[in-house]
Design a protein around this ligand. Structure first.
Ligand code: AMP
Ligand code: GLY
Length: 421
């Protein structure tokens, strides 16, 4: 089978790494990829948000199966274009990708489905938005409706902060994405993510994870795309996961069927858990990054079979074979991230790292410049490992970090602290 993966991050490196372990994979191309991916697969430069260009490329390369990594091509309808051209494709349609691309859409679906989530209201004008803020009071959460690269959410601890967020968003700080704001009840509890494959009608859970969004140790400082993750998430017990499936995921899929927008792909279910009850924080329509890295580390070769069964509508016959294991990924970022950071610094020592089915340095933001690996993004490397316990996985992940020679890089030393203490 010839396989094409769209994307260029650590998520796509881990997908490529898992897919290559499956004997069904004859040829793998990742577009555009990165320096780490280029070491294991062919990379091709391609505008992955341009459906016509992706279809043309897939035809020229005789691709049998396409896996779409990030949300941008999904929100742009690239999966629809591929399917219309006859390609088996993993990832939701543009209409179904609204579950990530529009906060209001998700809230409406939850209400119709009776899925537990924060109380909410939506606004396009500053005055009524502020009246609502004053009525409800802080803490309160203000969100830009559309895709804002993870920056469109303000969890405001006081009213002044919430009002500033409304002014910024409706004032155009996020362009069209903020032309409408959703104001939400603040939910207290512990967050965890649940990953569920969906083929429209059937749903198959493939793991739980927790990530660390803050840049600083002890989960302090500004928000990032995620500084590390581990799987499974102890807080998402079997009983809570079963409730999340029954009360949130299945009703959502049924509502999507009712609307004629079947959801096919992975549903990233962001949950807030309190007193044993899960409530929905958000959906994403793709794997989390870096959560994908720990899921792929645990699933290995079977990931390809599962993604293919999803895309072909055969999930009812699919099974996940679980090892009773744990995985952790630790992100190395360029110093300064998530603020301004330097690009182009040289990373040494990557060539000598051990790689196995239980330990792998995934690349997120790297490029190769004359045989030298350089950092080209904020989050740059993902040291990932699995073991019989989370402690074992942690030690193996940090062992990779400790062999990297990159003075301009940084990482948190406390990934997994909640689960390890
Ligand atoms: P989102 O992009 O919707 O996932 O929001 C980003 C982060 O903001 C989440 O991971 C939560 O940590 C936080 N957040 C979002 N909505 C709420 C809420 N209603 N209550 C508390 N925290 C929230
Ligand atoms: N790590 C969070 C995300 O992928 O959205």
């Amino acid at each position: 089978m010839n396989i094409l993966i769209l994307g260029s991050g650590g998520r796509e490196h881990s997908l490529a790494w898992a897919v290559l372990q499956n004997p069904k994979c004859d040829r793998l191309i990742v577009a555009p990829g990165n320096a780490g991916i280029a070491a294991i697969a062919d990379c091709a430069s391609l505008n992955i948000n341009d459906g016509a260009a992706v279809v043309e490329f897939a035809e020229a390369e005789a691709i049998d199966f396409v896996i779409v990594g990030p949300e941008a091509p999904l929100a742009a309808g690239v999966a629809d274009d591929l399917r219309a051209a006859g390609f088996t494709t993993f990832g939701p349609s543009k209409a179904a990708a609204e579950l990530e691309a529009s906060k209001r859409f998700t809230k409406e679906v939850c209400d119709a489905a009776g899925a537990p989530t924060a109380a909410w209201a939506r606004f396009t004008e500053v005055t009524p938005a502020k009246e609502y803020l004053r009525k409800v009071g802080a803490p309160i959460v203000v969100k830009a409706d559309g895709l804002a690269a993870g920056k469109g959410v303000v969890v405001a601890m006081d009213l002044a902060e919430a009002e500033t967020a409304v002014d910024d968003m409706l004032g155009g700080a996020f362009g069209d994405a903020g032309a409408e704001v959703v104001i939400e009840e603040f939910m207290d509890g512990e967050e965890a993510s649940y990953f569920v494959l969906c083929d429209g009608l059937d749903a198959l859970p493939i793991g739980t994870a927790q990530d660390h969004k803050r840049i600083g140790e002890g989960d302090t400082g500004p928000n990032t795309g995620g500084m590390g993750a581990y799987s499974p998430a102890p807080v998402l017990t079997e009983a809570i996961a079963a409730r999340a499936m029954d009360e949130i995921v299945r009703p959502t899929l049924a509502e999507m069927v009712k609307r004629g927008t079947l959801y096919q792909g992975v549903l990233y279910v962001g949950l807030m858990i309190k007193d044993g009850a899960p409530r929905l924080v958000e959906y994403n329509v793709r794997f989390g990054d870096p959560e994908c890295q720990v899921l792929m580390m645990r699933l290995g070769a079977q990931a390809l079979d599962l993604l293919q069964a999803t895309a072909e509508g055969r999930l009812s016959e699919a099974r996940v074979n679980w090892a009773d294991d744990h995985a952790m990924t630790v992100v190395m970022a360029a110093s300064g991230y998530p603020g301004a950071y330097q690009k182009g610094s040289q990373i040494n020592g990557l060539g000598n790292l051990s790689a196995s089915s239980a330990q792998m340095m995934f690349h997120a933001g790297t490029a190769e410049n004359d045989t030298v690996i350089i950092a080209v993004g904020g989050r740059v490397l993902n040291a990932t490992a699995r073991g019989a316990t989370l402690q074992e996985a942690r030690d193996a992940a940090y062992a990779l970090i400790d062999r990297v020679d990159w003075p301009e890089g940084m990482c948190r030393r406390d990934i997994g602290w909640r689960a390890l203490k």
